[in-house]
Write a protein that binds this ligand. Structure first.
Ligand code: BGC
Length: 767
């Protein structure tokens, strides 16, 4: 065990913390009590300034998840109380050993908080978050987060740097894989689900881990989709689009927030007093602590608003960053900044109180160590494995399923004596199935598509030819001939194409969003054989597969499905599982359409007015569009097919008009009812989506906004009555005066199967 890979830090600032219930708005219990605050007071009274600053110092103790920087003797730092948190240690042996240094070796015996990027599972790797979000199933996500928490906490990891709740409207940005897509309402629902799953009912339950909503804020709006890049976001867009999932996480009791790398309108997020102090602390009353992203404090110097690390420490700390991850800026500089009065001691005490509060809430003072665990493989726990399989099944989005010889190509039913060709670089690539940020996930635990398909076909006496065709980068074409030959000799082709597992995630922006390298040639050559072809796409971002959408009868978006991807795919291909995923990101036709998102504003010269309102333009030329491309996406937000069909009908709103002031006062709300019927011949799951549009308001509102969704599982012919509520939360927005209010105007309401279809009902919103 290498225990000397450690680190650094430091910085500044002030604001007295009132003792208020930690989970002001959460459903669960308060995370701090007056008794805890008294214990913190007692501890603070004993601490030197250096020891206080030590609590704000976070170092990587294991495999690095960012550019390596300062590496020092960790044990010595811990013994002098100079380390508040370590991250990247993943075994109970290591976390306990470090903990012993602090509990037995340091003067005040304050436990270390161990963190890790537990993003979509610890050892049991679930689909990437973008895939998980495609389930539109918040209970499922909560369960995956719970399993992740149990596995991580058993090794002493009590803090995850998750959920990533950044709204992403640009598929070039590699980190789109880590979030829940482009919509703030859906993103908020998933933010809450992750927090509930990680933090459990009580944080002091040894199997709970504290969540960290990241990256605060606007990181997904990086210009050009280039990671870490600058953003320009108006305050209204910030509040309407980028802040809501963070607000939701805080409301659910998330204990920590990570400040982002990007600058917003010229001010780095990690030194941004408006977002960190005014919004997060003053408006939202956040009582947890803010951690910087990896070296983000130091990076203030590179952004150019600080000349050196001392100034960076001062600016970040005063703005509201409590803990410094990896910058080595707080530890050396904050004590002098406080002693010289450039940082108020009250701000130092505030930050330390926040950190200690989380440590107390987790029960770390009572139980700093984790019990020795037998090194069993948690992925062998049947319930976890089953959950991983179900999560993968629910994440798949069926994009196309055209008829071949009179029947939809999927599900397949090959018969004895036939032959299947499994072609493509992702057919049997265990490591890639984990996707980015797979933590402790191991390729050796993965069941690939080939591994699951081969025994199934063998039992059916169906032949199988497997050929890779090319690598995932698509860098050579020599395997295409063999792939074409395999297709020719078969009755059915399954093509497994897409990106490698690390083509998305941090620092993995792409300037093209089509199939990598020569994969398109492989695809077109195989399809040219005329054999029925199912295309399974693996990727961490939407891929612009226009040709495939027109020429391949069946396309299934599988994202990176995690450990049980193979069995989940085989069950889906054979119809034992129904694809029920719906896109949480729009799929563009070409990269030139980016940024692409459904909840856009309308312009004065729309090409097609989305609800045929207010547009009298008949001129086809002077409109907002491209001369060489449509405006519409290849596949819209909310879209996904199944093996059955559904009808949504009987949409009704409880009133034809409603008073804005009554809604603002919480005295009125609308109920929307709709009937969903399974009109096909197989069981299936529909996700009914409620959208609104507001007109006649003081600022322009999006052409549609998601404000409700419900998953319904229905037998053939079965119907279900759905009811949605629209109240202040759904109908308010940030108006001309930057007030969050419901305004007089007209409301249009859809209940639809995706963001591009349906007929709206109209409701007048009176004064
Ligand atoms: C990433 C964060 C991550 C941190 C710690 C950074 O590079 O941006 O998302 O939590 O590293 O690994």
């Amino acid at each position: 065990m290498n225990r000397t890979k450690i680190l650094t830090l430091t910085v500044v600032s002030a604001v007295q913390l009132a003792v208020v219930p930690f989970r002001a708005e959460a459903q669960g219990a308060s995370l701090s009590t007056p008794q805890t605050e008294q214990k913190i007071d007692a501890l603070l009274a004993k601490m030197t300034i250096e020891e206080k600053v030590g609590q704000l110092n976070q170092l990587s103790s294991g495999s690095l998840t960012g550019p390596s920087s300062v590496v020092r003797d960790g044990d010595a730092l811990i013994r002098t109380g100079m380390v508040g948190s370590l991250f990247n240690s993943v075994t109970w042996k290591e976390t306990n050993a470090y903990q012993r240094e602090s509990i037995e070796g340091s003067r005040l015996h304050i436990p270390v908080l161990f963190g890790l990027d537990v993003i979509h599972g610890f050892r049991t790797t679930f689909p990437i978050p973008l895939g998980l979000s495609s389930s539109w199933d918040t209970d499922l996500v909560e369960q995956t987060a719970r399993v992740a928490a149990q596995e991580a906490s058993s090794q002493g990891v009590r803090w995850t740097f998750s959920p990533m709740v950044d709204i992403a409207r640009d598929p070039r940005w590699g980190r789109i894989a880590e979030g829940a897509g482009e919509d703030p309402y859906l993103g908020s629902a998933f933010a809450r689900a992750y927090v509930r799953g990680y933090q459990g009912r009580r944080l002091d339950d040894p199997s709970s881990i504290v969540a960290c909503a990241k990256h605060f804020v606007g990181y997904g709006a990086a210009e050009g989709g280039r990671d870490y890049n600058t953003t320009e976001i108006s305050e209204r867009t910030l509040r309407d689009v980028y802040l809501p999932p963070f607000r939701a996480a805080v409301g659910e009791g998330a204990g920590t927030i990570m400040s982002a790398f990007n600058s917003i309108n010229g001010v780095p997020s990690s030194a941004n007093a408006f977002t960190l102090t005014e919004v997060l602390r003053n408006e939202w009353k956040f009582q947890g602590f803010v951690d910087s992203d990896w070296t983000a404090v130091h990076e203030i110097t590179l952004h150019g608003i600080a000349e050196n690390d001392e100034a960076a420490a001062q600016k970040s700390f005063l703005a509201g960053v409590d803990m410094d991850m990896q910058s080595a800026a707080y530890l050396p500089h904050l004590p002098d900044l406080v002693k010289s009065g450039r940082v108020p001691v009250g701000r130092l005490d505030d930050a330390v109180r926040r950190v200690l509060r989380i440590k107390f809430a987790l029960g770390l003072f009572e139980r700093p160590y984790v019990p020795e665990v037998v090194d069993a493989n948690p992925t062998e726990v049947p319930a976890s494995r089953e959950l991983a399989r179900r999560a993968a099944e629910e994440s798949f989005v069926l994009l196309e399923n055209r008829k071949v010889a009179g029947f939809p190509l999927l599900p397949i039913a090959p018969v004895a004596g036939q032959r299947v060709a499994l072609i493509g670089p992702l057919s049997d690539s265990a490591g890639d199935m984990l996707g980015p940020w797979s933590g402790e996930g191991r390729a050796s635990d993965v069941v690939t598509l080939r591994m699951a398909l081969a025994p199934r076909l063998e039992r059916l006496h169906v032949g199988l030819t497997v050929t890779q065709g090319m690598n995932a980068a698509g860098s050579e074409t020599s395997g295409i001939a063999a792939a074409v030959e395999a297709a020719r000799q078969s009755d059915l082709v399954i093509l497994a194409l897409g990106e490698s597992g690390h083509s998305s995630g941090e620092a993995s922006a792409r300037s093209r969003i089509d199939l990598p390298g020569h994969q398109e040639e492989l695809l077109e050559a195989v399809v040219a054989t005329g054999k029925p072809t199912v295309l399974i796409l693996f990727s961490g971002r939407p891929l612009a597969v226009e040709w495939a959408s027109r020429n391949v009868p069946a396309i299934l978006m599988a994202w990176f499905p995690g450990l049980q991807g193979g069995p989940a795919l085989v069950r889906t291909l054979f119809g034992e599982a129904e694809p029920s995923g719906r896109l949480t990101v729009s799929v563009p036709r070409s990269v030139g359409q980016v940024p692409m998102y459904y909840n856009r504003l309308n312009t004065g010269r729309p090409r097609v007015d989305p609800i045929g309102l207010g547009s009298t333009k008949s001129d086809p030329y002077y409109v907002s569009g491209y001369i060489d491309e449509l405006n519409t996406p290849l596949y819209p937000f909310g879209y996904g097919l199944g093996y059955t069909t559904f009808e949504i009908s009987g949409v009704k709103v409880s009133a034809a008009s409603i008073s804005a002031s009554a809604v603002n006062a919480g005295r009125a709300q609308l109920t929307v009812n709709a009937n969903v019927r399974n009109s096909g011949t197989r069981v299936g799951t529909e996700t009914a989506q409620l959208y609104i549009r507001l007109r006649g308001t003081s600022v322009a509102r999006p052409v549609r906004e998601l404000k409700g969704f419900k998953r319904v599982h229905l037998e053939p012919g079965e119907s279900s009555q759905l009811a949605f509520n629209l109240d202040r939360e759904e109908l308010s927005f940030w108006n001309l005066d930057m007030k969050n209010v419901v305004e007089q105007g007209t409301l249009y309401v859809w209940v639809a199967s995706d963001s591009s279809v349906g007929d709206p009902l109209r409701v007048d919103i009176t004064e």
